[in-house]
Design a protein around this ligand. Structure first.
Ligand code: SR1
Ligand code: MG
Length: 413
């Protein structure tokens, strides 16, 4: 094992050396091949694979290393490498409650800000799968399990409340939270130099900057994000943080993990499915097939919430640690609040992916400029509808109706 006392970014050769020294994994003498495959915004990701010999064929691992800056912007945006610790601790914790839904961690090295983990190359990044129009029949079941288990077990409902406060301390993540606070809850509504806005929709951005009632709701959601330590969140649960096959789901990349409002994670999943629905206007040209796929996405959203709610209530009823939480009506009140937050955060996440710094491939890679503009306007319309209506929503069907109305409004005009 490389024992570095000073941090340095790994080279391909370093990564092979780390892999060779990983106890009990590759057979000594195996020929190893390594490529840097990171396509995210922040980190180096190496895949090391045994080529042949000694029974190691097809064995592989991933080494993920945090860079001391945001890769998407460059060295001018310094960023703590402690996020690698947060990510590996979050993965280990999630691995205790949902081992089948997260990659296995083999090793964490704090000096090198590096995590060695299971290679999931037999899965695809969900965002790419959705762009290709693939359906994932088990996704709602899997992600609702991930959400219910991880959110319940780290909340004051599911764990000792003094232990929870100690855990909150370990997951204080100010620098990555600041990214979220700026990129999601500030920049899209201001003239920030971080923003990345196509000239065709400058009118939409001007409207976001002057929409006082929308900004009022964004401020309520921002305030909750800043101050509510409800549960340990993944913190960046978009469809690029999910590896998937029709049979298996693995949630990766929890470097934004921190204690925040549950609806932020659930809203991230739902907002990203809706972003995909907006992009499908281009990706599926056949109208009937496109409508079928949109129905599939909306059904998935409904299933995610309904399964999450059912599983969360069961966990609460069977394992709740707070005696007074059985007070009549309290559970209903709690879950309605989570649903409303889910709607609001889903909307914020859609808006930020259209006018903020970091966009999504579902819409950004549409090659036809007028289809792209229409997809962007659709996403903004759904996002605004969800943010504006979040506090008056009573059911998942109302959330889906609000999204559908906004969708139809853009396509009728
Ligand atoms: C500077 S990082 C930009 C975005 O990438 C991550 O995946 C998060 O979503 C973050 O907001
Ligand atoms: Mg990420």
């Amino acid at each position: 094992m490389i024992k570095a006392t000073t941090y340095h970014p790994l080279s391909v050769e370093d990564a092979i050396e780390v892999a060779r020294n990983l106890k009990g994994f590759f057979t000594p003498g195996s020929e190893l091949r390594c490529e840097e495959i990171g396509d995210g915004n922040l980190n180096l990701v190496f895949r090391i694979q045994a080529l042949h010999a000694n029974g190691d064929l097809n064995k592989s691992i991933i080494i993920k290393q945090a860079l001391p800056y945001a890769k998407v912007v460059g060295e001018s945006w310094p960023l703590t490498i402690d996020r690698a610790r947060i990510e590996s601790e979050a993965l280990l914790l999630q691995g205790k409650s949902v081992p089948e839904l997260v990659p296995q961690v083999y090793l964490f090295d704090a000096d090198m800000a590096m995590t060695v983990m299971e290679d999931l190359s037999d899965h695809v990044i969900m965002r790419q799968g959705l762009i290709a129009g693939t359906k994932y029949p088990l996704f709602a079941e899997h992600i609702s399990e991930f959400l219910a288990q991880t959110l319940f077990s780290t909340s004051d409902l599911g764990m000792n409340q003094q232990d929870k406060k100690r855990q909150v301390e370990k997951f204080i993540n100010p620098e990555l939270c600041k990214i979220t606070e700026d990129l999601i809850f500030d920049d899209p509504y201001t003239n920030s130099s971080n923003n990345n806005i196509d000239s065709a929709i400058l009118d939409e951005h001007a409207a976001l900057c002057s929409n006082q009632s929308l900004q009022f709701e964004v401020m309520l959601l921002r305030q909750k994000f800043l101050s509510q330590s409800q549960a340990l969140l993944h913190g960046d649960l978009h469809t690029g943080s999910i590896f998937i096959t029709p049979a298996s789901t693995k949630v990766i990349d929890p470097e934004f993990a921190y204690y925040g409002p549950m609806g932020f994670d659930i809203g991230a999943v739902i907002g990203n499915l809706l972003l995909n629905a907006a992009g499908q206007q281009y990706w599926i040209q056949d109208v009937t097939k496109r409508e079928q796929y949109r129905d599939y996405l909306l059904t998935t959203i409904r299933d995610i919430w309904n399964l999450f709610e059912m599983k969360f209530r069961t966990l609460w009823n069977q394992h709740g640690v707070d005696r007074l939480s059985t007070a009549h009506g309290y559970q209903d009140h709690y879950l309605l609040e989570v649903l409303r937050d889910t709607a609001g955060y889903a909307g914020c996440k859609m808006i930020r992916r259209i006018v903020g710094l970091a966009h999504v491939a579902d819409i950004d890679t549409i090659p036809d400029t007028s289809s792209k503009e229409q997809a962007q306007r659709t996403a903004l319309s759904i996002g605004k509808a969800l943010v504006t209506s979040n506090r008056s929503i009573h059911s998942i069907d109302e959330l889906i109706d609000a999204a559908n109305q906004a969708f139809k409004g853009v396509h009728a005009s």
